[in-house]
Ligand binder design. Sequence first.
Ligand code: PEP
Length: 250
Amino acid sequence: MRRTVIAGNWKMNKTNQEAVEMLHQLKKEVAGISEVDIVIGAPFTCLSDAVKETVGSNIKIAAENVYPKSSGAYTGEISPKMLKAIGVEYVILGHSERREYFQESDEFINEKVKAVLAEGMTAILCIGEKLEDREAGKTNMVNETQLRGGLAGITKEEAANIIVAYEPVWAIGTGKTATPELAQETHAKIRKVLVSLFDKVGEEMTIQYGGSMKPENAAELLAQKDIDGGLIGGASLEAKSFAEIVKAGR
Ligand code: PEP
C-alpha cells in the first residue's frame, strides 16, 4: 500500500522559537491522525528543538538539505550522520531552488540520496520542469532525466525509502497550481519510469505533488490515482492551513 505523505517545506523561514511554537500548535491540530505520514522540513537551526517538540507525536522532522559526506573538512556543511544523531528522519533533496541558486546537478543530488539512505533516513527527491520546458514539450524528458540521474545506482530495497516530489517549477510559490488532470498525467509518466527502474517497488513509491498546494485545492489533487501526497511550501508555515491539507489526505 502506498503511504500518503504530506510534508511541509519551510525553506529559509522561522526562528527556532517560531518553529517550536508552530509545531506545538500543529501537534494539537493533527492529533490522532494515523492514515497520513506528516513531515515538517525545517531549517538546520530549528531541527534539534523541532525533534524534541514532536517526539512521541505523529509529526516527523525533515532537513531541507545535506552534504553527502559523513565528516571532514567541508566548512559550513552538515552531514547525514549529524542529522540522524538528533532524530531527523527525512531529508528533502534536489529542490528546484537548490538546483537553480546553488547549481546542484543530478549527479550531486544522487550522491546526497545515497548518503541519506546509508544513514537509514528517507530521501524526498524533488524533480520538476521549468515553464520553458513545458512550453517546449519537454516536461516528461526533463523529469525522466532528473529521476534517472537522481536515482542512479539505487537498488529496489533502497528505493522503498525514497519519496519522489514532483514540483513543476512554474507552480512553486506562484499561486499557479497544476490542474489535477495535468498533475496526474505527469505523475503517471513518473510512475512508469519508477516501475521501469524498480518493478513492483516503483508501484508502491509515494509520489508527492508540490506547487502552490493549499487547503482549497489539496483534496482534488490528492484524489488523483498517482498523487500520493504533497510537498507544501507557503501553506506549511501556518499550523491551521497545513493541518487542513493533512486532513484532506486522509
Ligand atoms: C515548495 O517549495 O516545495 C513548494 C511547493 O512551495 P509552494 O507550496 O509555496 O508553492
